[in-house]
Design a protein around this ligand. Structure first.
Ligand SMILES: Nc1nc2c(ncn2[C@@H]2O[C@H](COP(=O)(O)OP(=O)(O)OP(=O)(O)O)[C@@H](O)[C@H]2O)c(=O)[nH]1
Ligand SMILES: [Zn+2]
Length: 305
């Protein structure tokens, strides 16, 4: 072994305690299987790591560079890192199948808490019957200030690329979406070699059949730089780790009303003279958003860690 032993790389896939780092230069990828020292599991896809090579294709993670952002997902029992150093999150929704408002808002709340810019992509705008309703529902999030981009991966792939590519260049983006929304179709348009990359990554990670169940990072083609993280498992976007104070601030439309409640420690659930509840009654805050807030508050009280 005569290759450099001290290296810097980007974590491109994580599966359990097995990580894969790309230590290649700008032009090509070189994957190393990595482990952490001891039992540490605080590494996420997107992390920049300092490595010590232990064989041709293996290394130990010596140090994780300080992250600019960290996205988490959690359940009652523990919180897990979803991705590190992400600057933008894209929630892929579609005209059909119908998307879940609950999951959209959970992702938006996670972004607010992590300081990540959130965008929505409404895909399958070629499907006309459900289009008006989908636009109306997605319009709620657009009215809160989250950019909404309409595309059709199937009937206007060039248009989809033209709309999305400028938003991705130079950024570290993560794509999430419920099954069937067309996330894979979009990623395949944006990263033409995605299929090859997934195969390479899963071979190097040695996970065999688990090819689509792990979070992975692709470099964007083209001179603008940038990377896309494809994340499965969006169905369980638990936010148990957020505290009450974080939650009320993560609902952007609550901001003008915070501080206006009778009680300084108001939880905005059933308190008298609550400015948030008044805003809900007056139609200034959407009922479904406040209902999710109440649900998340309930979940955050259930944590067992
Ligand atoms: N009509 C229409 N169908 C589309 C469009 N984009 C994707 N589809 C179809 O929607 C289905 C789901 O697309 P995928 O790209 O596999 O969706 P996904 O979100 O990655 O779903 P999972 O693989 O289950 O996570 C496929 O049958 C696609 O052909 C679109 O713009 N219009
Ligand atoms: Zn209140």
């Amino acid at each position: 072994m005569n290759k450099t032993t001290e290296l810097t790389g980007t974590i491109v896939a994580a599966h359990g305690r097995h990580y894969l780092a790309d230590v290649g230069g700008a032009a090509s990828s070189e994957f190393l299987q990595c482990v952490t020292r001891g039992k540490k599991t605080n590494v996420a896809v997107g992390d920049i790591v300092h490595l010590k090579r232990t064989s041709d294709n293996q290394a130990v993670i010596e140090k994780i560079a300080e992250q600019t952002t960290l996205l988490y997902r959690s359940d009652q029992y523990k919180s897990k890192l979803l991705a590190a150093n992400v600057t933008r999150l894209f929630i892929v929704i579609a005209t059909e199948p119908s998307f879940a408002d609950d999951l959209v808002s959970r992702a938006l709340v996670a972004c607010e808490a992590a300081g990540v810019e959130a965008h929505l992509i409404l895909n399958k705008v070629d499907v006309e019957a459900p289009l008006a309703r989908a636009r109306e529902r997605a319009g709620l999030y657009a009215s809160l200030g989250y950019p909404l981009h309409e595309v059709s991966a199937r009937t206007d792939p060039a248009g989809a690329v033209a709309t999305l590519m400028p938003l991705l260049e130079g950024e570290s983006s993560i794509f999430i979406g419920q099954s069937g929304m067309g996330k894979s179709s979009l990623i395949n348009l944006l990263v033409p070699d995605a299929d090859i990359a997934v195969r390479e990554i899963s071979e190097a990670l040695d996970t065999g059949k688990h090819t689509t169940t792990f979070t992975r990072l692709y470099r964007l083609p083209g001179s603008g730089g940038g990377q896309i993280i494809d994340s499965p498992g969006f169905q369980e976007f638990g936010l148990y780790h957020l505290t009450e104070g974080m939650l009320e601030r993560a609902f952007v439309e609550f901001k003008p009303f915070l501080g206006g409640c009778k009680y300084y420690n108001c939880r905005h659930l059933a308190e008298p003279q609550c400015a948030i509840l008044t805003a809900v009654d007056e139609g200034k805050i959407a009922k479904i958003r406040h209902e999710l807030y109440a649900q998340l508050l309930h979940e955050s009280a259930q944590t067992l860690y």
